[in-house]
Ligand binder design. Structure first.
Ligand code: ADP
Ligand code: MG
Length: 255
């Protein structure tokens, strides 16, 4: 992959797009996030890595309000998620999320899948919809698939349609939760290339991934989570020289 992403230079007065301050989240008696601190600046890519159960998905889901935090402060695109003094759907217009399962509508074409939400939310007419679909399908390298149905596409292509569907809302921030984990290895690369291209184009993103080489290459900030905490965070090079036993073991385990 030939990502040429350069880290956003720190600028005075620029607010983080995502800011966790001592964020806590419990499910019943189980505390899953035990005081997370993390800033993601506009244009930055943060990669969350760590063992299964360490709280990566929960942290990601808190960002777009799918989970409610129990403590601390979480600010996303200027909104205080602790206070919840705004409409969640307004936040979700600005924050796209893509999961491992792409959940496209099987009875709709690629173009219809991609434009369903913006047509509903923004009331696009047919020609505006077509233009928007063409634009976002081009971004994911599927310009020729607008009139295909999901079952006619490979898993990698379907996942790229799911990414295009998110992009069609013109998000300020994109969240990716292990979007390649369900794919055969030979299909993983095409999806990672699309994400790498978005990163190089300046999209702010937080991604959970097991693809360590990808995390190292594309992320400005790699965040190793362990038992509900940010155990180590830094540039991708931190993976070459772990400061903790836990990260050293994690890197060594090839997970
Ligand atoms: P990861 O994505 O790093 O594998 P998760 O954030 O999915 O970790 O899960 C962290 C912990 O929280 C796990 O112990 C998981 O079982 C638990 N958990 C996640 N979601 C829920 C839920 N909705 N209800 C109860 N426990 C949950
Ligand atoms: Mg997870």
């Amino acid at each position: 992959m030939n990502s040429v992403h350069t880290p956003a230079a720190p600028q005075d007065g620029v607010q983080p797009m995502v800011s966790f301050r001592d964020v806590r989240k419990s499910f019943g008696a189980l505390e899953v996030l035990k005081g997370i601190d993390l800033d993601v600046m506009p244009g930055q890519v943060a990669a969350l890595i760590g063992r299964s159960g360490s709280g990566k998905s929960t942290a990601l889901r808190c960002i777009n309000g799918l989970e409610k935090i129990n403590g601390g402060e979480l600010t996303v695109c200027g909104r205080n998620l602790r206070a919840r003094d705004f409409e969640l759907r307004e936040l979700r217009k600005e924050v796209g999320i893509v999961f491992q399962s792409y959940n496209l509508f099987p009875h709709l074409t690629v173009e219809q899948n991609v434009t369903l939400a913006p047509r509903k939310v923004n009331g696009l007419d047919a020609s505006e919809s077509r233009a928007l679909a063409a634009e976002v399908l081009e971004q994911v390298g599927l310009s020729d698939k607008a009139s295909s149905y999901p079952e006619q596409l490979s898993g990698g292509q379907q996942q790229r349609v799911a990414i295009a569907r998110s992009l069609a809302m013109r998000p300020k921030l994109m969240l990716f939760d292990e979007v390649t984990s369900a794919l055969d290895p030979e299909l993983t690369g095409e999806v990672l290339r699309v994400i790498g291209k978005l990163a190089a184009g300046g999209m702010t993103m937080v991604l959970v991934t097991h693809e360590m080489a990808f995390a190292r290459q594309v992320a400005d900030l790699v965040v190793y989570m362990h038992q509900g905490r940010v155990w180590e965070a830094g540039k991708g090079t931190m993976l070459d020289d772990p400061q903790t036993v836990e990260l050293r073991q994690f890197v060594g385990s090839g997970l």
